[in-house]
Unconditional design. Structure first.
Length: 849
């Protein structure tokens, strides 16, 4: 263990992109049985094609996805009479008629988002015996290869599979210990409309058609509606080619039959007719056939070994940047992953936490790569035609959480699909802003979106859906929140060209819309939002629930965060002085935070908070995380109020809610509370149990997060949270080990990132920092803090450092207090800091004094 820490620490210090191979703690999810349920299968992906590998014995199944395969077609759903509706809604709100405002708002509803759909299934059916011994399957996170091995009838079989990003294909290598032992049939099926043909003896093609409509509610008359093959709805093709060594491959009944082969390589490529967010995929789509075929043809010139090497190199370039060692338990390592998960409460083996952490990074690489679409509620993995919440983009937390780990776990380029998507949302969102709200500047997006970059409020257009709720639909804040990701990308990378060309225009557009969306509250004189929700929660006043009011804390926090970032961006870029002034003026007039009578951070416009409320959303804590308005050092009173709100809500909730709580407690520097919530993520969830839709959290055998049901945000949010426990950089300094729990007495991490483009390696023992190395990619002053007095080994410390990307000043937000509120400002353990002037390309060693 000790050697391992040292070796990885030293080699990682070179901060090279090459992968570090750990020997005694393999990063593998492994099992002794095939997957009996989808949540036991193992995910592969190149961010476009996804596969869940079941590892069956008689029958192997690869459940396939393509991240552009969604139902429907562009359907803006804007409401031309919107400006009048808005006026009426506001009139009701300012007269405190919350209910009539809510009823009126429903007329603003556009259609629900489209649904993300499964592509196809690839089946390999082995002839003969399905009883096997010595069964083993795994997913190796260091290579992104899934392997299945077993013995049957005296023969040892092995299947190895991966999905290559550079070569755009799923590749499976089947081998056996005896000559001629491979006898199986290959079929393709789909849950959507499809036809299969075999244009050659070793080649299969599945042509498919997606529905033009998939219902959101089970009471809609049409649940899954198709056009004919030439009509509306996505077209897609899946191509399979088999190459056998020995024996034969023949086409039979739309399948391929392999007889007596020694070894078989299966290649699968696929494509959809997706032709951009604003084009009908059925009437104006691309032809998927030549795309899938061209990808297949390109594979012909490469050997299996070559393809595997190219895949590994590409993958390890990203994955190998970070190592995390929290210690390991030799006994635990001998057990399959699902057993370790079941044992976690009794034996919280820290290597499972590290494995889960790296799995979060693996899932990000497998589902979000430059040029592709952003990850949806299930990443790219979905086997249902009507998946929970349409497996869509839910932007009032889930889509954002999916990207919380992108920067700090050193996968910055995986963030890019989200930025490309924002460009599309900005196009559609400008039309929605104009049509629905009469706002001619900037862009808006609401709580759900999809492949078609839908920006109108969801909720059911043209029919009065009883479940279409203003408590989530009246939320024109998605553009604002998502745009803060652009700013964070800049803060982590210091990439000014990105800020100028990509980030700033989008941030500006989101801010322009929100400037016009704000209205003056006639009673307080502050700028407020109206209508306002605290996403999905309701206000409880004298036993009655209300959905809408004005100036929710979350609305105001998102606006404050975005405006502050946009002002900073104008400073960095030296542009738009007049606009900057407008933003500054608005910032000064925004309805402030309030501390309510229970000592809580007030969620609503007035002190309506119910301390018994256990709602999963705690959107009013946006300013603590992911925002940067509430901080233990700068605003200890607000931090104490945020803590009180967290205590009221409790720990147990849905998967993503608990992941958010890890990040909040880490920001409050309460290591033990953050760890205790993280530990409860390791509650084994049996996929065969009823797919409950609200709550509990936990993890499925394949380490997918359970809302339940499966939602990938919890995986990503927890990985981000673990990083936040080890390193923070939001508050003008690089805080080393800000929330290190007792459970991680010794450990090491390398390659994680901080704002200001610093790469950080740390080693600690007996709960105390032993050494940190900080690599500065762009230079600049850097304040470093730690729980112990520290010094810099080989650089002069700076007095009164100038601000850089890391240290952009963050203003203290003003706040009011209920006269009845009583609480002490939060006091956190003492920290010690040093400031250095870093030079670009240099590494600095920090040691305890
Ligand atoms: C929001 C959340 C739910 C779920 C869904 C996808 O509606 O409140 O818990 O995560 O999104």
């Amino acid at each position: 263990m000790r050697n391992y820490i040292l070796s990885f620490f030293c080699s990682a210090l070179a901060l090279s992109a090459s992968a570090q191979k750990s020997t005694d703690t393999p990063l593998k999810l492994w099992y002794e049985r095939p997957a009996a349920a989808w949540e036991e299968a193992l995910p592969l992906g190149n961010a476009r094609t996804g596969a869940m590998v079941f590892g069956g014995i008689g029958t192997e199944r690869f459940q396939l996805n393509d991240n552009t395969l969604w139902s429907g077609a562009p359907d803006p759903g804007n409401v031309p009479e919107g400006p009048q509706i808005l006026e009426q809604v506001r009139r009701q709100l300012f007269a405190s008629n919350w209910d009539s405002a809510t009823r009126l708002w429903k007329r603003m509803h556009g259609p629900y988002s489209a649904r993300y759909l499964p592509l196809a299934d690839l089946w390999l059916k082995q002839a003969g015996d399905s009883a096997a011994t010595n069964y083993y399957r795994d997913l190796d996170l260091e290579t992104a290869v899934a392997t299945v091995r077993y013995e049957a009838g005296g023969v040892r079989y092995q299947r190895e599979s991966f999905i290559s990003y550079p070569d755009k294909a799923l590749v499976v290598r089947l081998s056996a210990s005896s000559k001629g032992a491979l006898n199986f049939r290959t079929d393709l099926t789909s849950k959507l409309h499809y036809r299969v043909s075999a244009p050659a003896g070793n080649y299969l093609v599945l042509r498919g058609k997606a529905p033009k409509y998939v219902a959101n509610r089970d009471y809609e008359p049409i649940q899954v509606g198709y056009d004919d093959w030439k009509g509306e709805g996505m077209n897609f093709e899946v191509h399979v080619r088999l190459v056998a060594r020995g024996g034969s491959v023949q086409a039979a009944d739309s399948g391929l039959v392999v007889s007596g082969a020694d070894e078989v390589t299966l290649y699968l490529t696929e494509a959809t007719s997706f032709n951009g967010f604003n084009r009908s995929p059925g009437l104006d789509g691309k032809d998927p056939a030549p795309i899938a075929r061209a990808a297949m043809t390109a594979l012909l010139s490469r050997s299996y070994t070559d393809l595997r090497q190219r895949h590994q190199q590409d993958y390890q370039r990203l994955f190998g940047r970070v190592n995390l060692d929290l210690g390991s338990d030799a006994e635990a390592l001998k057990r399959p992953t699902d057993v370790r998960l079941r044992n976690f409460a009794r034996n919280p083996d820290a290597q499972l936490v590290a494995l889960y952490y790296q799995y979060g990074r693996y899932l990000m690489i497998a589902s979000s790569r430059p040029g592709g679409r952003p990850t949806n509620l299930q990443g790219i993995w979905n086997d249902q035609v009507q998946p929970p919440w349409g497996s869509n983009y839910t932007t009032n937390i889930n889509t954002e959480m999916n990207y919380w780990l992108a920067e700090n776990t050193n996968l910055s380029e995986c963030h890019r699909p989200l930025f490309d998507f924002l460009k599309e949302l900005a196009v559609n969102g400008a039309v929605t802003a104009r049509t629905n709200y009469g706002i001619n500047q900037g862009w808006v997006a609401h709580h759900n979106t999809d492949l078609w970059a839908k920006t109108s409020p969801p909720g059911g257009k043209g029919w009065d859906d009883p479940k279409g709720m203003p408590r989530w639909s009246a939320w024109p804040m998605a553009g604002g929140w998502l745009s803060t990701h652009l700013w964070e990308h800049y803060r982590f990378t210091g990439d000014t060209r990105f800020l100028r060309d990509t980030a700033y225009p989008l941030m500006k557009g989101a801010a322009q819309f929100l400037l016009k969306w704000l209205v003056k509250d006639p009673t307080t004189g502050y700028l407020v939002t109206a209508p306002a929700t605290s996403p999905e929660n309701t206000i409880k006043i004298n036993g009655k629930e209300y959905q809408l009011s004005i100036a929710s804390t979350m609305d105001m926090s998102i606006i404050r965060e975005l405006f502050t970032a946009t002002v900073r961006a104008t400073d960095v870029l030296q542009v738009d002085a007049a606009f900057r002034k407008e933003l500054q003026a608005a910032l000064a007039k925004l309805y402030p935070f309030h501390i309510g009578k229970h000592g809580q951070l007030q969620e609503w416009f007035k002190d309506w908070d119910d301390p018994a409320d256990k709602h999963r959303h705690l959107s009013h804590l946006f300013g603590l995380y992911p925002g940067n308005q509430i901080s233990v050092d700068r605003t200890p009173e607000l931090a104490a109020a945020a803590k009180r709100s967290l205590q009221h809500r409790g720990d147990v909730s849905t998967g993503w809610s608990m992941a958010w709580k890890i990040n909040w407690w880490a920001r409050l520097r309460d290591a033990e509370h953050a760890y205790s919530i993280l530990s409860s993520a390791f509650t084994f969830i049996d996929p065969k149990a009823k797919r409950e839709v609200m709550g509990g959290g936990g993890t499925y055998p394949n380490l997918f997060d359970a809302h339940p049901p499966f939602q990938i945000d919890g995986n990503f949010g927890a990985t981000a949270g673990i990083t936040e426990m080890l390193l923070q950089s939001h508050d003008g300094e690089l805080a080393l080990l800000p929330a290190l729990p007792k459970a991680w007495q010794r450990g090491a991490v390398s390659g994680i990132k901080a704002r200001g483009n610093f790469t950080v390696n740390m080693i600690w023992a007996a709960g105390k920092l032993t050494e940190a190395r900080i690599f500065s990619a762009i230079g600049g002053p850097c304040r470093i803090s730690a729980p112990v007095p520290i010094r810099v080994r080989e650089a002069a410390t700076l007095k009164g450092a100038a601000a850089n990307v890391l240290q952009l000043p963050v203003p203290k937000p003003p706040y009011g207090k209920d006269p009845a509120a009583s609480l002490e400002p939060l006091s956190a353990p003492t920290r010690y800091s040093v400031t250095i002037q870093t030079e670009k390309g240099k590494t600095y060693t920090i040691v305890p004094q």
